[in-house]
Design a protein around this ligand. Structure first.
Ligand code: CAA
Length: 379
């Protein structure tokens, strides 16, 4: 009961920010690639960034199903802010689950309050889908490790205060490091010019003799790849939730448009061809939401038979949620542009941006082909 009140209040706050701040600025922010840092801090102030965070660091310790329902609402107004939040929260949870007390003290409060953003750095230019083939190395030196190499397509690169960097500590051994912004030998590479998600910067990270103190090793030496894959289970469910929010907005815009636009002297919503499209968009969005919610419930409940007894069934379910919801996101936003016709192809009506934003969701946190591979392996 208490939780549902907290969730309702959070959704109210997101609706307020969405209607007053995010949506009116969405077209310009996309065109000018303008990330509003103050707005992101407000997401911390209202409690969104700490929803699943530990109470002793300012979090609310709610479960994943509550979290995804609020994240979906943020994505309804802005996919890029929702993705920034979801990746930063993924980093926060990695530190909470695997970090030392000192690391938790150093980072969690800041990530939960929104004072700091976190990035997840696994991919490299030659290892996207085959993540284990990464080449960045971390050599043991006195007092810590020295990182050499580079990371690609890093969400929030340049905005973040901490980067979880997966690097090779041995031929068959990958470890995770918390690399603070400004670490010696750490520089930012080029900012990518992207099709969508324009206000969220995606950058290369470069490590040249980058010294990281041994206090910044996350978990144990050699645990990095498993930590990353286990974090991705959660990340994939949240990406699914983000896709559902995006689909819902595309559907709502299309419904509203079909009630106003006339052709052949008839409102669009009176044509069965349009009605069938809207019916499919709504059905698929509902189905995606249900699957995301089921995965979130399995993640968020330690008593769940799925998460306790069968880790591989949980991994498959998380991948299914990501696969289904992001494929639906692509289809629904494409149909939204089609329903809008010519104006749908212009920026003024928003749906072209939603369609561009949707495409990235089929690629990030493991392409949808990788999700199918993970599902098949775990069947
Ligand atoms: N949780 C914990 N451990 C796991 C796991 C999981 N979900 N999945 C696998 N593991 C373990 C395995 O049990 C295995 O352990 P052992 O060595 O002890 O047997 C180990 O991890 C390696 O697993 P695999 O043998 O399955 O590894 P693989 O190399 O064959 O394939 C893969 C793994 C699934 C293809 C993986 O590389 C993958 O997911 N690739 C996609 C990469 C990806 O998702 N990138 C996302 C980039 S981040 C991003 O996009 C975020 C952003 O900023 C938007």
């Amino acid at each position: 009961m208490e939780n549902s009140f907290v969730i309702q209040e959070l959704v109210k706050q997101i609706d307020r920010l969405g209607k007053e701040v995010i949506w009116p600025a969405a077209i310009e922010a996309d065109e000018e690639e303008k990330f509003d840092r103050k707005l992101f801090s407000q997401l911390g102030e209202i409690g969104l960034l700490g929803m699943v965070g530990a109470e002793e660091y300012g979090g609310s310790n709610l479960n994943y199903s509550d979290y995804v329902s609020v994240l979906e609402r943020l994505a309804y107004y802005s996919l890029p802010y929702a993705v920034t939040a979801s990746v930063s929260i993924m980093v926060q949870k990695m530190i909470e689950d695997a970090g030392s007390e000192a690391q938790k003290k150093q980072y969690l409060e800041k990530l939960i309050s929104g004072e700091m953003i976190g990035s997840f750095a696994l991919s490299e230019s030659h290892s996207g889908s085959d993540a284990a083939a990464l080449k960045t190395t971390a050599k043991k030196v006195s007092g810590g490790f020295e990182l050499q190499g580079s990371k690609m397509w890093i969400t929030s690169g340049g905005l973040s205060g901490v980067y979880v960097v997966m690097a090779r500590t041995g031929e068959k051994e990958i470890s995770a490091f918390l690399v603070p912004d400004g670490a010696p030998g750490f520089t930012l590479g080029k900012k990518e010019k992207k099709m969508g998600w324009k206000l969220s910067p995606t950058r290369e990270l470069i490590f040249q003799n980058c010294f990281v103190s041994e206090t910044q090793l996350l978990g144990k030496v050699g645990e990095g790849f498993k930590l990353a894959l286990s974090a991705l289970n959660k990340g994939r469910v949240t990406i699914g939730a983000v896709a559902v929010g995006l689909s819902q907005m595309a559907l709502d815009l299309s419904l509203a448009f079909s009630k106003e636009r006339k052709q052949f002297n008839t409102l669009l919503n009176q044509f069965q061809g349009i009605q069938f499209m809207l019916a499919d968009m709504a059905t698929e969005t509902y189905a995606a939401r249900a699957l995301v919610m089921q995965a979130a419930q399995a993640l968020g409940n330690p008593q769940s038979s799925l998460s306790q007894k069968n880790a591989s069934a949980l991994t498959a379910l998380c991948s299914m949620a990501k696969l289904k919801a992001t494929d639906v996101g692509m289809q629904v936003t494409t149909d939204a542009v089609q329903i809008h016709g010519g104006v749908g192809y212009t920026s003024e009506y928003h749906v072209e941006r939603l369609m561009r934003d949707a495409k990235a969701l089929q690629i990030v946190e493991g392409t949808n082909q990788i999700q199918r591979m993970v599902i098949a392996r775990n069947l």
